[in-house]
Design a protein around this ligand. Structure first.
Ligand code: HEC
Ligand code: HEC
Length: 237
Protein backbone atom coordinates (compact mmCIF):
# COMPACT_ATOMS: atom_id res chain seq x y z
CA UNK A 1 0.00 0.00 0.00
CA UNK A 2 2.78 2.44 0.88
CA UNK A 3 4.12 1.68 -2.56
CA UNK A 4 1.13 3.38 -4.15
CA UNK A 5 2.03 6.76 -2.75
CA UNK A 6 5.71 6.48 -3.47
CA UNK A 7 4.90 5.52 -7.03
CA UNK A 8 2.88 8.65 -7.59
CA UNK A 9 5.51 10.80 -5.93
CA UNK A 10 8.25 9.39 -8.08
CA UNK A 11 6.76 8.64 -11.47
CA UNK A 12 3.06 9.36 -11.59
CA UNK A 13 2.57 5.65 -12.31
CA UNK A 14 -0.76 5.54 -10.54
CA UNK A 15 -2.22 8.07 -12.90
CA UNK A 16 -1.30 5.87 -15.83
CA UNK A 17 -2.72 2.82 -14.11
CA UNK A 18 -6.01 4.60 -13.63
CA UNK A 19 -6.12 5.79 -17.20
CA UNK A 20 -5.76 2.20 -18.37
CA UNK A 21 -8.44 0.86 -16.08
CA UNK A 22 -10.75 3.59 -17.32
CA UNK A 23 -10.55 2.36 -20.91
CA UNK A 24 -11.61 -1.10 -19.72
CA UNK A 25 -14.46 0.61 -17.99
CA UNK A 26 -15.57 2.31 -21.19
CA UNK A 27 -15.58 -1.02 -23.03
CA UNK A 28 -17.76 -2.60 -20.36
CA UNK A 29 -20.56 -0.14 -21.05
CA UNK A 30 -23.51 -1.45 -22.99
CA UNK A 31 -25.60 1.33 -24.53
CA UNK A 32 -24.22 4.82 -25.11
CA UNK A 33 -25.18 7.13 -22.23
CA UNK A 34 -27.80 9.74 -23.12
CA UNK A 35 -27.37 13.26 -21.76
CA UNK A 36 -31.05 14.19 -22.24
CA UNK A 37 -32.27 11.16 -20.32
CA UNK A 38 -29.74 12.01 -17.62
CA UNK A 39 -30.96 15.60 -17.44
CA UNK A 40 -34.59 14.49 -17.07
CA UNK A 41 -33.70 12.13 -14.23
CA UNK A 42 -31.59 14.86 -12.56
CA UNK A 43 -34.46 17.35 -12.74
CA UNK A 44 -37.45 15.11 -12.00
CA UNK A 45 -36.20 11.94 -10.36
CA UNK A 46 -38.34 8.81 -10.75
CA UNK A 47 -40.65 8.33 -7.79
CA UNK A 48 -41.73 4.86 -8.91
CA UNK A 49 -38.18 3.74 -8.03
CA UNK A 50 -37.55 6.03 -5.06
CA UNK A 51 -35.18 8.23 -7.07
CA UNK A 52 -35.51 11.76 -5.69
CA UNK A 53 -34.82 14.71 -8.00
CA UNK A 54 -31.11 15.48 -7.67
CA UNK A 55 -31.74 19.18 -8.29
CA UNK A 56 -33.50 19.45 -4.90
CA UNK A 57 -30.21 18.95 -3.04
CA UNK A 58 -27.37 19.33 -5.55
CA UNK A 59 -28.87 22.47 -7.12
CA UNK A 60 -29.42 23.72 -10.67
CA UNK A 61 -26.91 22.13 -13.05
CA UNK A 62 -24.99 20.64 -10.12
CA UNK A 63 -24.35 23.96 -8.35
CA UNK A 64 -25.32 23.29 -4.74
CA UNK A 65 -26.16 26.15 -2.40
CA UNK A 66 -26.03 23.99 0.74
CA UNK A 67 -22.60 23.13 2.25
CA UNK A 68 -23.52 19.53 3.17
CA UNK A 69 -24.56 18.75 -0.41
CA UNK A 70 -21.54 18.58 -2.71
CA UNK A 71 -21.25 20.57 -5.92
CA UNK A 72 -21.36 18.09 -8.77
CA UNK A 73 -21.08 20.29 -11.90
CA UNK A 74 -18.31 19.23 -14.25
CA UNK A 75 -16.99 16.34 -12.12
CA UNK A 76 -15.36 13.53 -14.15
CA UNK A 77 -17.83 11.07 -15.65
CA UNK A 78 -16.24 7.91 -14.29
CA UNK A 79 -15.76 9.42 -10.84
CA UNK A 80 -19.51 10.14 -10.66
CA UNK A 81 -20.47 6.65 -11.87
CA UNK A 82 -18.14 5.12 -9.27
CA UNK A 83 -19.53 7.21 -6.43
CA UNK A 84 -23.15 6.42 -7.32
CA UNK A 85 -22.24 2.73 -7.30
CA UNK A 86 -20.48 3.06 -3.97
CA UNK A 87 -23.71 4.16 -2.27
CA UNK A 88 -25.45 0.98 -3.48
CA UNK A 89 -25.30 -2.30 -1.57
CA UNK A 90 -22.85 -4.55 -3.47
CA UNK A 91 -23.97 -7.83 -5.02
CA UNK A 92 -22.14 -9.79 -2.31
CA UNK A 93 -24.34 -8.09 0.31
CA UNK A 94 -21.32 -6.78 2.25
CA UNK A 95 -22.53 -3.39 3.42
CA UNK A 96 -19.16 -2.54 4.98
CA UNK A 97 -17.97 -1.86 1.42
CA UNK A 98 -20.50 0.95 0.97
CA UNK A 99 -19.65 4.63 1.17
CA UNK A 100 -20.80 6.12 4.52
CA UNK A 101 -20.73 9.62 5.96
CA UNK A 102 -18.02 11.02 8.24
CA UNK A 103 -19.65 9.45 11.32
CA UNK A 104 -19.91 6.04 9.64
CA UNK A 105 -23.67 6.27 9.08
CA UNK A 106 -25.56 5.52 5.86
CA UNK A 107 -25.93 8.63 3.66
CA UNK A 108 -28.99 10.31 2.18
CA UNK A 109 -27.86 8.90 -1.16
CA UNK A 110 -28.44 5.25 -0.27
CA UNK A 111 -32.24 5.05 -0.78
CA UNK A 112 -31.91 7.24 -3.89
CA UNK A 113 -29.55 4.85 -5.68
CA UNK A 114 -31.04 1.62 -4.29
CA UNK A 115 -33.03 0.86 -7.44
CA UNK A 116 -30.79 2.52 -10.01
CA UNK A 117 -29.46 0.54 -12.95
CA UNK A 118 -26.02 1.02 -14.46
CA UNK A 119 -27.52 2.95 -17.37
CA UNK A 120 -29.24 5.42 -15.00
CA UNK A 121 -25.87 6.12 -13.36
CA UNK A 122 -24.19 6.56 -16.73
CA UNK A 123 -26.89 8.93 -18.03
CA UNK A 124 -26.75 11.02 -14.84
CA UNK A 125 -22.95 11.09 -14.85
CA UNK A 126 -22.83 12.24 -18.47
CA UNK A 127 -25.24 15.09 -17.76
CA UNK A 128 -23.37 16.11 -14.57
CA UNK A 129 -19.95 15.98 -16.25
CA UNK A 130 -21.13 18.40 -18.94
CA UNK A 131 -22.36 21.10 -16.52
CA UNK A 132 -20.33 24.17 -15.48
CA UNK A 133 -19.56 25.14 -11.90
CA UNK A 134 -20.91 28.70 -12.07
CA UNK A 135 -21.38 29.20 -8.32
CA UNK A 136 -18.17 27.88 -6.73
CA UNK A 137 -17.88 27.82 -2.96
CA UNK A 138 -14.99 29.71 -1.36
CA UNK A 139 -12.63 29.32 1.59
CA UNK A 140 -14.05 30.45 4.93
CA UNK A 141 -10.95 30.63 7.13
CA UNK A 142 -9.07 33.13 4.94
CA UNK A 143 -8.73 35.62 7.80
CA UNK A 144 -6.53 33.22 9.77
CA UNK A 145 -3.15 33.43 8.04
CA UNK A 146 -1.61 30.52 9.96
CA UNK A 147 -4.41 28.25 8.76
CA UNK A 148 -4.14 29.52 5.18
CA UNK A 149 -0.37 29.01 5.12
CA UNK A 150 -0.63 25.51 6.56
CA UNK A 151 -3.32 24.59 4.02
CA UNK A 152 -1.24 25.92 1.13
CA UNK A 153 1.85 24.09 2.35
CA UNK A 154 0.02 20.74 2.54
CA UNK A 155 -1.64 21.33 -0.81
CA UNK A 156 1.65 22.04 -2.59
CA UNK A 157 4.19 19.94 -0.70
CA UNK A 158 2.28 17.47 1.47
CA UNK A 159 3.55 16.66 4.96
CA UNK A 160 6.90 14.98 4.25
CA UNK A 161 7.61 13.77 7.78
CA UNK A 162 4.29 11.88 7.79
CA UNK A 163 4.52 10.69 4.20
CA UNK A 164 1.50 12.71 3.10
CA UNK A 165 1.92 13.51 -0.60
CA UNK A 166 1.01 16.87 -2.10
CA UNK A 167 -2.69 17.08 -2.91
CA UNK A 168 -1.75 18.96 -6.09
CA UNK A 169 0.03 15.87 -7.43
CA UNK A 170 -3.31 14.11 -7.97
CA UNK A 171 -6.00 16.81 -7.86
CA UNK A 172 -4.06 19.25 -10.05
CA UNK A 173 -2.23 22.47 -9.17
CA UNK A 174 -5.45 24.50 -9.14
CA UNK A 175 -7.64 21.73 -7.75
CA UNK A 176 -9.51 21.22 -11.01
CA UNK A 177 -9.21 17.45 -10.74
CA UNK A 178 -8.14 15.14 -13.57
CA UNK A 179 -9.96 12.70 -15.75
CA UNK A 180 -11.16 10.16 -15.01
CA UNK A 181 -10.91 9.38 -11.32
CA UNK A 182 -9.63 12.51 -9.53
CA UNK A 183 -12.46 14.79 -8.42
CA UNK A 184 -12.28 18.58 -8.60
CA UNK A 185 -11.87 20.20 -5.16
CA UNK A 186 -11.65 23.85 -6.25
CA UNK A 187 -14.99 25.50 -5.48
CA UNK A 188 -16.28 22.53 -3.47
CA UNK A 189 -17.84 23.37 -0.10
CA UNK A 190 -15.05 23.35 2.54
CA UNK A 191 -17.34 21.65 5.10
CA UNK A 192 -17.98 18.83 2.63
CA UNK A 193 -14.26 18.43 1.81
CA UNK A 194 -13.45 18.24 5.52
CA UNK A 195 -16.19 15.68 6.16
CA UNK A 196 -14.91 13.47 3.33
CA UNK A 197 -11.31 13.60 4.58
CA UNK A 198 -12.56 12.45 7.99
CA UNK A 199 -14.61 9.69 6.36
CA UNK A 200 -11.52 8.50 4.45
CA UNK A 201 -9.30 8.75 7.55
CA UNK A 202 -11.70 6.72 9.69
CA UNK A 203 -12.31 4.07 7.01
CA UNK A 204 -15.94 5.01 6.34
CA UNK A 205 -15.44 5.80 2.69
CA UNK A 206 -13.95 2.91 0.77
CA UNK A 207 -12.26 3.74 -2.51
CA UNK A 208 -14.47 3.86 -5.59
CA UNK A 209 -12.87 0.98 -7.40
CA UNK A 210 -9.31 2.35 -7.24
CA UNK A 211 -6.54 1.59 -4.78
CA UNK A 212 -7.14 3.13 -1.38
CA UNK A 213 -5.24 6.32 -2.15
CA UNK A 214 -7.26 8.73 -0.05
CA UNK A 215 -7.48 6.46 2.97
CA UNK A 216 -3.71 6.45 3.18
CA UNK A 217 -3.46 10.19 2.61
CA UNK A 218 -6.12 11.18 5.15
CA UNK A 219 -5.28 8.83 7.99
CA UNK A 220 -1.83 10.39 8.26
CA UNK A 221 -3.20 13.87 8.92
CA UNK A 222 -4.46 15.33 12.20
CA UNK A 223 -7.83 17.09 12.34
CA UNK A 224 -6.35 20.60 12.38
CA UNK A 225 -4.40 19.85 9.19
CA UNK A 226 -7.52 18.35 7.61
CA UNK A 227 -9.49 21.51 8.36
CA UNK A 228 -6.71 23.75 7.01
CA UNK A 229 -6.22 21.89 3.74
CA UNK A 230 -9.98 21.46 3.19
CA UNK A 231 -10.47 25.20 3.41
CA UNK A 232 -7.49 25.92 1.18
CA UNK A 233 -8.68 23.42 -1.43
CA UNK A 234 -12.14 24.99 -1.57
CA UNK A 235 -10.69 28.41 -2.30
CA UNK A 236 -7.91 27.50 -4.72
CA UNK A 237 -8.46 28.60 -8.35
C1 HEC B 1 -31.89 14.64 -0.08
C2 HEC B 1 -30.71 15.26 -0.63
C3 HEC B 1 -30.04 14.58 -1.82
C4 HEC B 1 -30.61 14.21 -3.03
C5 HEC B 1 -32.08 14.36 -3.46
C6 HEC B 1 -29.55 13.70 -3.85
N1 HEC B 1 -28.37 13.74 -3.16
FE1 HEC B 1 -26.54 13.19 -3.85
N2 HEC B 1 -25.69 13.58 -2.04
C7 HEC B 1 -26.38 14.03 -0.93
C8 HEC B 1 -25.47 14.07 0.20
C9 HEC B 1 -25.80 14.49 1.63
C10 HEC B 1 -24.21 13.62 -0.26
C11 HEC B 1 -22.91 13.46 0.55
C12 HEC B 1 -22.95 12.12 1.22
C13 HEC B 1 -21.77 11.89 2.14
O1 HEC B 1 -21.80 12.36 3.27
O2 HEC B 1 -20.81 11.24 1.72
C14 HEC B 1 -24.40 13.33 -1.69
C15 HEC B 1 -23.38 12.88 -2.52
C16 HEC B 1 -23.53 12.62 -3.87
C17 HEC B 1 -22.46 12.24 -4.76
C18 HEC B 1 -20.99 12.09 -4.42
C19 HEC B 1 -20.27 13.37 -4.83
C20 HEC B 1 -18.80 13.36 -4.65
O3 HEC B 1 -18.19 14.42 -4.87
O4 HEC B 1 -18.23 12.33 -4.30
C21 HEC B 1 -23.02 12.07 -6.00
C22 HEC B 1 -22.30 11.67 -7.28
C23 HEC B 1 -24.42 12.36 -5.90
N3 HEC B 1 -24.71 12.69 -4.59
C24 HEC B 1 -25.31 12.31 -6.96
C25 HEC B 1 -26.68 12.47 -6.83
C26 HEC B 1 -27.62 12.26 -7.91
C27 HEC B 1 -27.23 11.88 -9.33
C28 HEC B 1 -28.87 12.48 -7.40
C29 HEC B 1 -30.21 12.31 -8.08
C30 HEC B 1 -30.49 11.00 -8.65
C31 HEC B 1 -28.70 12.87 -6.00
N4 HEC B 1 -27.35 12.85 -5.69
C32 HEC B 1 -29.72 13.23 -5.14
C33 HEC B 1 -27.69 14.41 -0.90
C34 HEC B 1 -28.63 14.24 -1.91
C1 HEC C 1 -2.31 9.59 -4.88
C2 HEC C 1 -3.32 10.48 -5.44
C3 HEC C 1 -4.03 11.39 -4.47
C4 HEC C 1 -3.49 12.29 -3.60
C5 HEC C 1 -2.02 12.57 -3.34
C6 HEC C 1 -4.61 12.98 -2.98
N1 HEC C 1 -5.79 12.51 -3.48
FE1 HEC C 1 -7.63 13.08 -2.89
N2 HEC C 1 -8.48 11.68 -4.14
C7 HEC C 1 -7.77 10.80 -4.93
C8 HEC C 1 -8.70 9.89 -5.58
C9 HEC C 1 -8.35 8.77 -6.55
C10 HEC C 1 -9.99 10.25 -5.13
C11 HEC C 1 -11.31 9.56 -5.47
C12 HEC C 1 -11.53 8.46 -4.48
C13 HEC C 1 -12.72 7.63 -4.79
O1 HEC C 1 -12.87 7.19 -5.92
O2 HEC C 1 -13.53 7.44 -3.87
C14 HEC C 1 -9.82 11.37 -4.22
C15 HEC C 1 -10.85 11.98 -3.55
C16 HEC C 1 -10.70 13.05 -2.69
C17 HEC C 1 -11.78 13.72 -2.01
C18 HEC C 1 -13.27 13.42 -2.16
C19 HEC C 1 -13.88 14.47 -3.07
C20 HEC C 1 -15.37 14.36 -3.23
O3 HEC C 1 -15.89 15.03 -4.14
O4 HEC C 1 -16.03 13.63 -2.49
C21 HEC C 1 -11.23 14.71 -1.24
C22 HEC C 1 -11.96 15.69 -0.34
C23 HEC C 1 -9.79 14.66 -1.45
N3 HEC C 1 -9.50 13.65 -2.32
C24 HEC C 1 -8.89 15.54 -0.85
C25 HEC C 1 -7.50 15.42 -0.96
C26 HEC C 1 -6.56 16.26 -0.23
C27 HEC C 1 -6.94 17.42 0.66
C28 HEC C 1 -5.30 15.80 -0.53
C29 HEC C 1 -3.98 16.26 0.03
C30 HEC C 1 -3.82 16.16 1.46
C31 HEC C 1 -5.48 14.70 -1.47
N4 HEC C 1 -6.82 14.51 -1.71
C32 HEC C 1 -4.44 13.97 -2.03
C33 HEC C 1 -6.40 10.77 -5.10
C34 HEC C 1 -5.49 11.53 -4.38
Amino acid sequence: MKQVLSKILVTGGVVMGLAMSSSNFAMAQSAKPDVKVGEALYMNGDMSRGILACVACHGAEGNSMVPMYPNLAGMPYEYIVNQLKSFQAPANGNKSEMRKDAAGNPTLMDPIVAQMKAEDMQNLALYISKQKLTQPATAKLGADLDVVNRGREIWRAGIPDRNVPACASCHGATGQGMPSAFPRLSGQHPEYIESQLIAFADGHRPHGGNENMMGEVANRMNRADIKAVADYAAGIR
